[in-house]
Design a protein. Structure first.
Length: 61
């Protein structure tokens, strides 16, 4: 239920989730959900693909 609230705030509308381990502590569960969301935003791209696709990092001014 707590992860559903966090995911809803993140803009996720429909998701299936499963928790393992000790989930009795709400704080630990929310931290784990937040960490999982943060890991979704990171992506490793090889240098060759950066050049081919024209990927630019940082803010464009």
């Amino acid at each position: 239920e707590e992860c559903q609230k966090l995911l809803k705030l993140a803009g996720v509308k429909d998701v299936y989730s499963k928790a393992r381990g000790q989930t009795a502590s709400r704080i630990n569960l929310i931290k784990a959900c937040f960490t999982a969301l943060r890991q979704l935003t990171t992506m490793k791209v090889k240098d060759i693909h950066v050049e081919k696709l024209g990927i630019v990092s940082g803010k464009k001014e």
